[in-house]
Design a binder for this molecule. Structure first.
Ligand SMILES: N[C@@H](CCC(=O)N[C@@H](CS)C(=O)NCC(=O)O)C(=O)O
Length: 229
C-alpha cells in the first residue's frame, strides 16, 4: 500500500518538515502532495484530506493520520525496523516525552522565530519568554545527548522521531543565530548536515511563495542567494 504525505511550503512549514524528514531519513517511500499555505483556498484544499485542515497529513490506504506526533507513532508502528524510537525502554520513554514536550510547547520561540530556511543567518533580539524556551530546549538536547546519544550525533545516537520533532527548532537556532552551548551547537550542525535535511532545504530555497507573517523583517524579504546556501 503506497503512502502519501500532504505538506506545506518547504521554506516555512515546520510541522511538514517533521513528518517528511522522519520518513525520508528512515528510507520510507512515499508520494508528496504540496498545498501552498496562507492562500484563500489552503484550508479547503487540506480539508479534502483531513478534517483538522492542517498539514502534515499522511494517507496510508484507508488510514488518514494528522498531527505530526500521531504520524510519527503511526510510522513507528507500521515500520518497526525503521528505528524511529529507541529500542531500549528507558530511552524510548525519554524520546517520547521530549517529542511530546516539543509538540505541545515552545510557543514563544515558535512565534518569535518562525522557520524560514531562506533567511540569511542573522541574530534576532529575543524576549525573556523566548530565552526561557531556549534554556529548556538546550537542556533537553544536552540531557539526551549525554545520557543516550553515544552511538551517533543525534539525540539518541542515530536519527529518529525525536530528532524529526526538533529539526525545525534546530533551524530556528541557526537562522536567528541564537546563542547556545557547544553540545547544542554540535547537534544543530548534525541536523543541518543530515542528507534528508539538505534535500528539503535545497527544495525550500527554490520556492518563491512568500508568507508575510513568517518574515520577521517584513515587508523586507531577506533571501540567501542559492549559491551561498
Ligand atoms: N499540531 C499540528 C500543527 C500543524 C500546523 O499548524 N500546520 C500548519 C503549517 S506548518 C498548517 O497546516 N497551517 C495551515 C492553516 O492553518 O491553514 C501538527 O503537529 O501537525
Amino acid at each position: 500500500m503506497s503512502l502519501t504525505l500532504i505538506i506545506g511550503n518547504k521554506n516555512y512549514s515546520s510541522w511538514s518538515l517533521r513528518a517528511w524528514i522522519a520518513m525520508t531519513a528512515a528510507g520510507i517511500a512515499f508520494d508528496e502532495v504540496f498545498v501552498p499555505l496562507s492562500r484563500p483556498d489552503t484550508k479547503e484544499r487540506i480539508k479534502k484530506h483531513s478534517p483538522a485542515g492542517k498539514v502534515p497529513v499522511l494517507l496510508d490506504g484507508h488510514a488518514v493520520v494528522w498531527e505530526s506526533l500521531a504520524i510519527l507513532e503511526h510510522l513507528a508502528e507500521r515500520f518497526p525496523k525503521a528505528g524511529l524510537w529507541p529500542s531500549e525502554p528507558a530511552a524510548r520513554a525519554h524520546a517520547r516525552s521530549i517529542a511530546a514536550e516539543m509538540h505541545a510547547g515552545f510557543q514563544a520561540l515558535r512565534g518569535h522565530c518562525p522557520m524560514n530556511l531562506w533567511r540569511p543567518v542573522e541574530r534576532l533580539a529575543l524576549t525573556s519568554e523566548v530565552e526561557a524556551n531556549v534554556e529548556r530546549i538546550t537542556e533537553i538536547w544536552r540531557t539526551a545527548r549525554e545520557r543516550f546519544g553515544k552511538g551517533g550525533p543525534f539525540l539518541f545516537g542515530s536519527f529518529g522521531a525525536a530528532d524529526a520533532m526538533f529539526a525545525p527548532v534546530a533551524t530556528r537556532f541557526h537562522t536567528y543565530d541564537i546563542p547556545c552551548d557547544r553540545v547544542s551547537r554540535d547537534y544543530i550542525d548534525a541536523i543541518h548536515a543530515h542528507p534528508a535535511f539538505k534535500t528539503w532545504r535545497a527544495a525550500a530555497l527554490e520556492e518563491t511563495l512568500v508568507i508575510a507573517q513568517d518574515e520577521v523583517e517584513w515587508p523586507r524579504v531577506k533571501k540567501v542567494p542559492e549559491a551561498a546556501a
